[in-house]
Ligand binder design. Structure first.
Ligand code: AMP
Length: 198
């Protein structure tokens, strides 16, 4: 069973890679961002509270995302393994995930850090917004340069400390996230093969 964490700042390509790994290995992508957006779309109380926080670029509370992941992992489609995308985002979340995985008897296979250049991310975002608008589609509430810069700051302050946390446990592997999508996918596939063989 594979249990993989994809780590990296917003826009690094975690979601794109997670979707490819889902198809290739029969894993389930667990994106707390997608789960929160589903709550917003459903108009729940949680969604209403989360939307204001998400639009500002800040993080929603650890308790909320930890509870969402804990219940989602119990579902049948997660039994082959999961890819955590956008979770954990704080050391407290990483510790909670460790405890959860230990309790469920699901070992962590690897933590893959997608390393990217922040200015290139801002350029990518602006291209994506222009393309979305050109297709006549609605741009996400947190998809603008100001919020991205805030989210990058939040990443540096609150999420980056989980990099040494996993490095100390010998779980961390880094991949060049600026490479072509296929090349990044191959690098992650190699890490997964090693994790499976171990
Ligand atoms: P994402 O789609 O992963 O980039 O997440 C979008 C937004 O949802 C983030 O900017 C946060 O406001 C919130 N969010 C998603 N995952 C988490 C998490 N693990 N912890 C706290 N907030 C999160």
């Amino acid at each position: 069973m594979i249990n993989l964490i994809l780590l990296g700042p917003p826009g690094a390509g975690k979601g794109t890679q997670a979707k490819r790994l889902e198809d290739k290995y029969g894993l389930k992508q667990l994106s707390t961002g997608d789960m929160l957006r589903a709550e917003i779309a459903a108009g729940t109380e949680l969604g209403r509270k989360a939307k204001a926080i998400m639009d500002s670029g800040a993080l929603v509370s650890d308790e909320i995302v930890i509870a969402m992941i804990a219940s989602r992992m119990e579902q049948a489609d997660c039994k082959n393994g999961v890819i955590f995308d956008g979770f954990p985002r704080t050391v407290a979340q990483a510790q909670a995930l460790d405890a959860m995985l230990a309790e469920k008897g699901r070992p962590l296979s690897a933590v893959v850090e997608l390393k990217v250049d922040e200015e290139a991310l801002v350029k990518r975002l602006n291209n994506r917004i222009a393309e979305t608008k050109a297709r006549g589609e609605e741009v996400r509430g947190d998809d603008n340069e100001e919020t991205l810069r805030k989210r990058l700051q939040v990443f540096r302050d609150q999420t980056a400390p989980i990099i040494p946390y996993y490095a100390d446990k010998d779980m961390l592997q880094s991949v060049d996230g600026m490479a072509e999508i296929d090349v990044v996918e191959q690098a992650i596939a190699k890490i997964l093969q090693q994790a499976r063989a171990a």
